[in-house]
Ligand binder design. Structure first.
Ligand SMILES: C[S@@+](CC[C@H](N)C(=O)[O-])C[C@H]1O[C@@H](n2cnc3c(N)ncnc32)[C@H](O)[C@@H]1O
Length: 292
């Protein structure tokens, strides 16, 4: 970017990044779909345009069309800017104890089933974990089961394509207001409150943080660098961004990492209906069992 542009933004003029043409939008959305499975229909054009401003400013790229060329020419999905771009493009909405019925099912059905089958230290994967709320919710629930001697231990892995969101997950520090979703009994035991500096924040206790691993993983990859011995997979509110064919591919790949007799949870607004995925039995509308 030339210095005159910099000066303009310094004294408060809004910089004009040129037109984000339909051609730019379609080229970029096609790339994002091919590499990450995320669909961006035409109505998302304005949203994409506004989210990308941040990247253009940081890189000092004066025009949308130059940015689009820069990303497309960098080609490889691992390239630095593609990772940065996907950070601003992905939707990371999440919550503690989101779709709570799944956690009741975990306590009431899954743990007793595991106890009966001698699975004492289940391994759980949250695929599309966002900033970690889902991972720590699972930890709180399973830690209670350990306290009750119904389990011996557990591990929870979280994966996502957004690097900045994964950093938040590792830090495990959240605004106090977000913790309101957490039932009292868990809040008292598993949250640390910030001391005095005016910021109303909470942090997940180390005992739970130590049970977690976070990693960057693109669900669109043909193979995942991940062990194949998970007892439970949560993939909630992530499949919804994929079309049916991609959903089928992703679920089939994920199942490679789930042990027979393991459980798959999907989001309440998602469905695998008529997908005919082998060895998968629906036991509740959004809960599946991998057959032996
Ligand atoms: C809406 S959040 C859902 C978070 C959490 N599972 C929940 O239900 O609250 C969806 C997450 O999926 C991630 N995601 C989208 N496409 C992905 C892909 N191709 N591979 C891995 N993660 C992806 C996004 O970055 C985002 O953090």
């Amino acid at each position: 970017m030339d210095s005159s542009n910099n000066n303009l933004s310094n004294i408060g003029f809004t910089q004009d990044f040129g037109e984000f043409t339909d051609r730019d939008f379609h080229a970029l959305s096609k790339f994002i779909y091919n590499e990450f499975g995320i669909q961006l229909p035409d109505k998302k054009k304005f949203l994409l345009k506004s989210r990308l401003i941040k990247r253009l400013k940081i890189l000092g790229i004066p025009k949308y069309s130059d940015y689009v060329n820069y990303v497309l020419e960098s080609g490889q999905k691992g390239s630095e800017e593609v990772i940065e771009m996907i950070d601003v493009v992905s939707t990371n909405k999440t919550d503690f104890f989101r779709e709570n019925a799944h956690f009741d099912f975990l306590i009431d059905k899954v743990v007793p089933d595991f106890m009966g089958r001698g699975i004492k230290s289940p391994k759980v994967w949250s695929a599309g974990c966002s900033s970690g709320e889902e991972v720590y919710t699972i930890c709180m629930v399973l830690e209670e089961e350990v306290r009750l001697n119904r389990l011996r231990d557990y591990q929870v892995y979280g994966s996502d394509i957004s690097v900045s969101i994964l950093k938040k997950a590792v830090k495990a520090i959240y605004p106090f207001s977000r913790a309101e979703q957490i039932p009292d009994r868990y809040r008292k035991r598993y949250l640390l409150k910030s001391k005095g500096d005016g910021k109303q924040e909470v942090r997940i206790v180390k005992t739970l943080r130590d049970k977690t691993r976070f990693m960057w993983l693109n669900l669109m990859d043909n193979q995942y660098v991940l062990s194949k011995n998970f007892d439970i997979i949560f993939c909630r509110n992530t499949l919804i961004y994929f079309d049916r064919e991609t959903q089928r591919k992703v679920v089939t790949n994920m199942l490679e990492h789930l042990k027979p007799g393991g459980y798959l949870f999907i989001g309440h607004s998602e469905s695998l209906l008529n997908q005919n995925i082998p060895n998968l039995k629906q036991i509740k509308p959004t809960i599946y069992l991998k057959l032996k």
